[in-house]
Design a protein around this ligand. Structure first.
Ligand code: KIV
Length: 297
């Protein structure tokens, strides 16, 4: 039985997964297309985040600020078509929830209509009105605190957040605000593990860490990082479980070498006429085989 034929992971099931209550840590990975969704599904992950990291790892942009809600809906739909078992979280891109509440809800709904079961957005207390409006429309929301890549310009780069006591307490306050607003889980990105632990111990919904140490209720990594498809940057918090970029380059180079040496395609990798069809084309005329060697298909 494939994982996708088992019961789907639901929002209430994720909300209940605090490690301190005896649960296993949650596993979330990003995916951006149907093959990625199938890989994550067959590997048995709990949640798939269709992250705005698609901008950098798939679409070639330098940051996540370039993707639109339409781009995100396109990738959510591709993932959803694979009908995977994990819960599908659609990431709301920059400027899709920094607008009126009406437009915020409309944008969140675009991701749900594309096939997501919930949305994620970045930011703390000041995003509470948007979160509440989305939840009022029956759309579950995952929060995202700490190093929030959509704030790269405001933060002055990708920097670990919450190192100073006032920043750590502000982060804790933001986490409480998101929980009160109704977020069912919160991503903690790029924060010291002691601070992630403080947040995880304080709030009652699961924290899912990336670069936030081992004390969160779950962990998330980017698909291309786990598989070693992205090999240009290796952040400290990434563990690569494969070297698919290296394997792909050598596979592609072997294909190129075979073509150039005339080793590809072989007769077995080609279609052939039956001897009657070849004869009808006159390929055996004059007592010799023509340019195509006839063989029954
Ligand atoms: O877009 C993304 O990949 C993310 C994760 C890093 C949590 O937001």
């Amino acid at each position: 039985m494939s994982p996708s034929s088992l019961t789907r992971v639901t929002v209430p099931a994720v909300r209940a997964r605090k490690v301190r209550n005896g649960n296993e840590p949650l596993v979330m990975v990003t995916a951006y297309d149907a093959p990625g969704a199938r890989i994550a599904d067959e590997a048995g992950v709990d949640l798939i985040l269709i992250g705005d990291s698609v901008a950098m790892v798939v679409l070639g942009y330098d940051d996540t600020l370039q993707v639109t809600i339409e781009d995100m809906a396109h990738h959510v739909a591709a993932v959803a078509r694979a009908k995977p078992r994990p819960l599908l979280i659609g990431d709301m891109p920059w400027m899709s929830y920094h607008v009126s509440l009406k437009d915020t809800v409309r944008n969140a709904a675009k991701l749900i209509k594309a096939g997501a079961h919930a949305v994620k957005l970045e930011g703390g207390r000041k995003r509470v009105p948007m979160i509440q409006a989305i939840i009022d429309a029956e759309i579950p929301v995952m929060g995202h605190l700490g190093l929030t890549p959509q704030s790269i310009n405001a933060m002055g780069g990708y920097r670990v957040q919450g190192r100073k006591p006032e920043a750590a307490f502000a982060l804790l306050d933001d986490a409480r605000a998101l929980e009160e607003a109704g977020c069912f889980a919160i991503v903690l990105e790029g924060v010291p593990d002691e601070v992630a632990r403080m947040v995880t111990d304080t709030i009652n919904v699961p924290t899912i860490g990336i670069g936030a140490g081992a004390h969160c209720d779950g962990q998330v990594l980017v698909f291309h990082d786990v598989l070693g498809i992205e090999d240009r940057i290796t952040p400290k918090f990434v563990r690569r479980y494969a070297s698919l970029k290296r394997d792909a380059v050598s596979a592609m180079a072997a294909f190129a070498a075979d073509v150039r040496a005339g080793r590809f395609p072989s007769a077995d990798e080609s279609y052939h006429l039956s001897s009657e069809q070849a004869e009808a084309l006159g390929l055996y005329g004059g007592g010799g085989a023509g340019p195509v060697q006839a063989r029954s298909a």
